[in-house]
Write a protein that binds this ligand. Sequence first.
Ligand code: GAP
Length: 504
Amino acid sequence: MDVVMEKLVSLCKRRGFIFPSSEIYGGINGFWDYGPLGVELKRNIKEAWWRDHVQLRDDMVGLDSSIIMNPKVWEASGHLGGFSDPMVDCKSTKERYRADQLYVFAYIFPAVNHKGEPTEAWLAGLGSSPEEAAELPEKRAAKLAKKFGQPIAPPTVIPYMQLSPADREKVIGPSTDERGTLTEPRSFNLMFKTFVGALENESSVAYLRPETAQGIFANFKNVVDTGRVKIPFGIAQVGKSFRNEINPRNFTFRSREFEQMEIEYFCRPEEAGEWYAYWRKARFQWYVELGLKSERLRLRDHGKEELAFYSTATADIEYAFPFGVSELEGIAHRGDYDLSQHMKFSGKDLSYFDEERKERYVPHVIEPSAGADRAALAFLCEAYTEDEVGGEPRTVLKFHPRIAPIKAAVFPLVKRDGMPELAEAVYRDLKRHFQVFYDEKGAIGRRYRRQDEAGTPFCITVDSQSLTDDTVTIRDRDTCRQWRVPLAGIVAAIRDLLEGHPDP
Ligand code: GAP
């Protein structure tokens, strides 16, 4: 794992952001638990998303649909037939890999075999890009070079999916030293299956939803009939989704249980292009405003070959994670595909009567689909900073105040002379307004460091001067600057700071 990721994973564990699920039993691959700080961070992200996209807008409403739905939903959506990734199994180690993440690095070494031919080694690596997949093959090639001499040229890189059956026989898989143990790519359904009711048979099969989106389409008519909505409008939903991912990895980036924040924005067919452009830009900007630097973010438009057959355009918002540039959110122009499919499979009319135009049509849909866990991971990566304060190294999480788990911490400078009592009163006062933390244990410098690691933007200290002039100090996490404010105005001062007004 990348060094920064290793440090971040360990900080997340140590400070109570993210733990491996059911760790006391050895964990379970692809599942994670959010600890006291992590749950606040993720809630703040979801709440910021909900506030900005539902509550502050006139054209959006919310929904909270069930995780298990009638399995026909998944027939209509195509998930039952098509929601599968081509997978490759290793016959020797029984490992299973996503075929689109297997890259083969074909090396040629100068040593010749008994036929006088140079030695070849076709080494497979795993990653979302050839660069990411190169690590293991490079290590293995360096070992082989000791025996066969330095490779005569850089390796040829071939996606495993493009190999002929004969060439597949030459490949050495990522978890073995034998050749030809990898199978041809085969489909594997990603939906978790369960049974509803007492009987476990074909008629009781149901699925944990792999996306929240279909709950929105299935409720389109309910919302139109009851919600007094008028096109263009969107339905938003935040909730858990489940995918039996083959390679959960990169910490929470690819998990088997995760949360999505999805919008289905319904519009007139001829206005869909404009709304697509609008959401593409608006969603990018949302991340920037919450602190993701735009140079680490990029909008990547899908090429024609990547588009689903019904989609006219799709773009991914990608973030430069320490393990590589990867998808944070997808924005898809889905046309009328989903509503039409549900009309076909349910037999219900899901068309919309446009009062203004006096015409009936099936609305087109723009879908900005984000992951709350991926957003949390990106914000953690972005915030992670190592710097020096007074010549001492420190680790600090520079979260935007809006998503910081704790907004302010309150300390008495020392545990005597009435300072704890006054500090506690300040804490009680602030707690009615913000998520705050009280700490009187240990040296003040260590208390500041602990809050820096938790990403708390402001620390308030009650010192001996506070007892005589009713002022306290505020310390800024990022600059470490301190200044005094009157006790009477502390709530307003913290509110101003959290809202981004410049400090005095
Ligand atoms: N309704 C469209 C849809 O679900 P997607 O690109 O498959 O599209 C949308 O997923 C977002 O959900 C992704 O951009 C990502 O943020 C999040 N997501 C998808 N699979 C995930 C996984 N296995 N672990 C964590 N987040 C995931």
